[in-house]
Design a protein around this ligand. Structure first.
Ligand code: GLC
Length: 608
């Protein structure tokens, strides 16, 4: 089929859907003109799309599950801290491949405002690269080089806010009405006060409140995050069209996945917390339609660090199923892994994870243990109550445990953004330091591997955070850079210590887990995940059903020997002579029909 015919077919397919989304957001009268602008943009983008990327589109359309496969592993890093420059990152491709990485998320690298810039999340130009990292040509060269190594590049699309120095904000401050309308500007405190009555504070310490007075613009500007990050107004269709252009621009540089930063905050509604509003999903869907038409290889990854009840919507529920983001962070799993490790109990995690629906079959969770951000204890009060716990008390326990202040804690984290009003305390710290390595706990390395075994078996696309494969502890020098000193998330954003040695043997054991995973068809993201009721309160049971038979992944979250009870094997038809633990490649020893589990160990059991 000639390329233009293929795009016509996609437009025919998706045009009505686009109109429907836009009508829900902007009203039926405004929608057709916006749809026309977006379709014209998609055509222009496709016409300009380089031949290698059109070929990629064809490959992805023919094998859309590439990111769901058990052999897929992600890695996330700051370009400068990992490779120095974009070219330097390219030179590290072999290191990533050796680890099994097929997907690389580089932290924000489009031109930010000068420091402070929230680690690059305050972008002043979406069409150029941070000058010390390289140029857009270097970015194009990097995506090409990585693809030759079988690695897809993911970049952030910061779409809730721009830097105060972005051209739109500059024009707004200069009084241009068109650009004032790109932001939320209020002449006095009336509306900000009304909104703040129900808005939670994201950075209560760093940047209290959600509005900042700006003299040049002559009013209060919505700033959910830092005062220099101006929220854009998605109720203005021009804003959608601007971001659609950025999406197309990045896709045509060879970026394969866009991480939709802080997506939950996109739509504001008085009387609510202005998160997870229905319009967010329609807007994502509209952007995705543009991408599906123009550059179908492109995927979206939602960064919605929200409570478990809101999470499934980011992969799509009901009418949106499979039509919003392709990937979304499984924040709930991440929190529950840390909760299980601290408490040695799997009851709450089991209940919480059982509540979540299976994601649409064309999508995948991003499963992870750490990222560049703090950990917020997104534990639902009802889940806690059903597990016999008090939600607030358990969250307090987790903060105390991971800050290292709870008696017996092996964790060495820092409290991030304590909220005096709510008592909420989030936690910063590297995986290794939170898991006990810094404190010298004898179980720390096993704990690190166990946690990885969970996120590798659970279902989704597992993403490692740079340095965790080496067990890097907290960076003791994090506060020496004055731009970083007020924000202790920098404690777990180290510089990669090349040559990368493996002093604790974490990387070697992790590679084994990753390789084993790659050989197990059960672990394809489209394969349903079942969390079974625990027999032993310290052993998490996860079942992955596959046509060749089930895989039972069992995780001992305690420092004591535990077991997988015989009845579980029986119900799954795994009580057979051929029973094998994929992680050891051998038949597990049986004790009265049960499989013993050493402290902090995992078994991936299958019948042959
Ligand atoms: C996301 C980023 C975080 C940043 C925030 C504002 O949550 O992960 O680092 O501070 O968005 O852009």
């Amino acid at each position: 089929m000639d390329p233009d015919a293929s795009i016509d077919a996609r437009i025919d397919d998706l045009h009505l859907d686009l109109l429907a989304c836009l009508s829900r957001v902007y009203g039926a009268a405004a929608a057709p003109a916006v749809a026309d602008r977006l379709v014209a943009l998609a055509r222009r983008t496709h016409a300009a799309r380089p031949a290698d990327l059109r070929a990629l589109d064809e490959r992805r359309l023919a094998a859309p599950d590439w990111f769901q496969r058990p052999g897929m592993l992600g890695y996330a890093a700051y370009a400068d801290r990992f490779g120095g420059t974009l070219a330097g990152v390219g030179e590290r491709a072999a290191y990533l491949r050796d680890l099994g990485v097929g997907y690389l998320h580089l932290m924000p690298l489009l031109r930010p405002r000068p420091d402070p810039n929230d680690g690059g999340y305050a972008v002043m130009d979406y069409r150029s690269v941070r000058p010390d990292l390289g140029t857009t040509d270097d970015l194009r060269a990097l995506t090409t080089a990585l693809r030759e190594h079988g690695i897809s590049l993911c970049l952030d699309l910061v779409l809730n806010h721009v830097a105060r120095e972005h051209a739109w904000a500059v024009a707004a401050r200069a009084g241009e009405q068109r650009y004032r309308d790109y932001f939320y500007v209020f002449p006095d405190r009336e509306m900000p006060d009304a909104f703040e009555a129900t808005l939670p504070e994201v950075f209560p310490d760093l940047a209290p409140g959600s509005f900042t007075h700006d003299d040049a613009v002559g009013g209060w500007v919505w700033t959910t995050f830092n005062d220099y990050q101006w929220d854009v107004n998605w109720a203005n269709p021009d804003v959608l069209c601007e971001y659609a252009e950025v999406v197309c621009f990045l896709a045509n540089l060879g970026v394969e996945v866009l991480r939709l930063d802080a997506i939950a905050f996109l739509w504001k509604r008085l009387g609510t917390d202005s998160q997870n509003q229905p319009e967010v999903h329609d807007l994502t869907r509209a952007l995705r339609i543009v991408a599906r038409i123009a550059c179908p290889a492109l995927l979206f990854k939602a960064e919605a660090i929200v409570g478990p009840t809101q999470l499934p919507a980011y992969l799509g529920v009901g009418e949106h199923a499979g039509r919003v983001s392709d990937l979304a962070y499984h924040n709930s799993l991440m929190v529950q892994v840390w909760s299980m490790l601290a408490s040695g109990e799997v009851g709450l995690a089991t209940l919480a994870l059982q509540q979540l629906p299976q994601p649409p079959a064309t999508t995948a969770w991003v499963t992870y243990l750490r990222c560049h951000d703090d950990i917020g204890w997104a534990i639902d009060d009802t889940d806690a109550w059903r597990a016999g716990l008090d939600g607030a008390a358990h969250r307090r326990f987790l903060s105390d445990w991971y800050a290292g202040s709870f008696p017996g804690s092996w964790a060495r984290g820092l409290v991030f953004e304590e909220n005096a009003a709510t008592g909420d305390r989030r936690i910063s710290g590297s995986l290794a330091s939170l898991a006990g390595l810094e404190a010298g706990d004898p179980h720390a390395v096993d704990r690190i591997l166990l946690a990885h075994a969970v996120v590798l078996a659970f279902g989704g696309l597992p993403v490692l955070w740079m340095g965790d494969e080496l067990g890097l502890p907290n960076d003791p020098h994090w506060a020496e850079d004055p731009a970083h000193a007020p924000d202790n998330r920098w404690v777990h954003r180290p510089v990669m210590p090349w040559p990368a040695t493996d002093p604790h043997g974490v990387r070697a054991r992790l590679r084994h887990l990753v390789e084993t995973r790659g050989s197990l068809p059960h672990l394809h993201a489209a394969t349903p995940t079942e969390v079974w009721d625990p027999r032993d309160p310290g052993v998490l049971l996860v079942v992955r059903r596959h046509a060749t038979g089930p895989l039972l992944a069992a995780f001992n979250m305690t420092d004591q020997p535990r077991r997988v009870d015989a009845d579980v094997l029986h119900w799954l038809g795994l009580h057979v002579p051929g029973l094998r633990d994929a992680l050891t490649g051998a038949a597990p020893p049986l004790e009265h029909g049960s499989v013993p589990l050493a402290p902090y160990s995992a078994a991936w059991l299958m019948a042959h």
